[in-house]
Design a protein around this ligand. Sequence first.
Ligand code: F6R
Length: 260
Amino acid sequence: MEVVIAPADELAVLAAAAIDALLRRKPEAVIGLATGSSPLKVYDELARRHAEEGLSFAQARGFMLDEYVGLPPEHPERYRNVIEREIASRVAWAPDRVQGPDGLAADLPAACAAYEAAIDAAGGVDLQLLGIGTDGHIAFNEPGSSLASRTRIKTLTKQTREDNARFFDGDVEQVPRHCLTQGLGTIMAARHLVLLATGKQKAEAVHQLVEGPISAMWPGTIMQMHPHATVLVDDAAASRLQLGGYYRQTFASKPAWQGL
Ligand code: F6R
């Protein structure tokens, strides 16, 4: 696991540069998309590179991490709409090349199985963007999630619903109670994991993710088992890391050709 500690704007450029390099090497790459605040600056930087540097998503595929259950199709916080607004529409990514789990399906388990099959059929995810919840969830794999789980329905914790109330006029009652989420096993099958976390409220989750024992209580800790995981954090999110000095020194002395 590589840990990079830098200001948020630099982290976004690093993540976007990794996606840029992937797409130029493999135009038909499969990108895993996160919602929430953490990837927004990455999406800004990708939109800039699309507009100014010819970065193309025309042949790429996108798969979202998760979706709320039951939000109406036009709801602005439905994750499929968030992804369309924040990235797909800005980089001319055809709607049929970006998919999420169907939170409005009549048969939710069948929709989850279909989503797993679609990811497989696309050849698997090349680079998966991730954020982390204050309770340590990645995607919506809340504490107690099976470390081998696949896409399924989950119940959001009170803490996650409170954290996400800011997207619903501050009203926690408007935040759905259920979601469909890629499982930890699904995420672990991606070839490169790139997690972004900023702010003091993420410091304990980041400490556990990088330095804690692997445990379903902190679901992101499964990333310690991944052969290519990159954790991008700002000073505040890094503030509880025991080996912060070592991670800073390692990144500072990393040869430029190595990339993420
Ligand atoms: C969103 C997702 C979640 C968020 C996490 C952090 O698709 O999967 O795991 O990444 O809740 O959210 P923010 O970035 O809003 O702090």
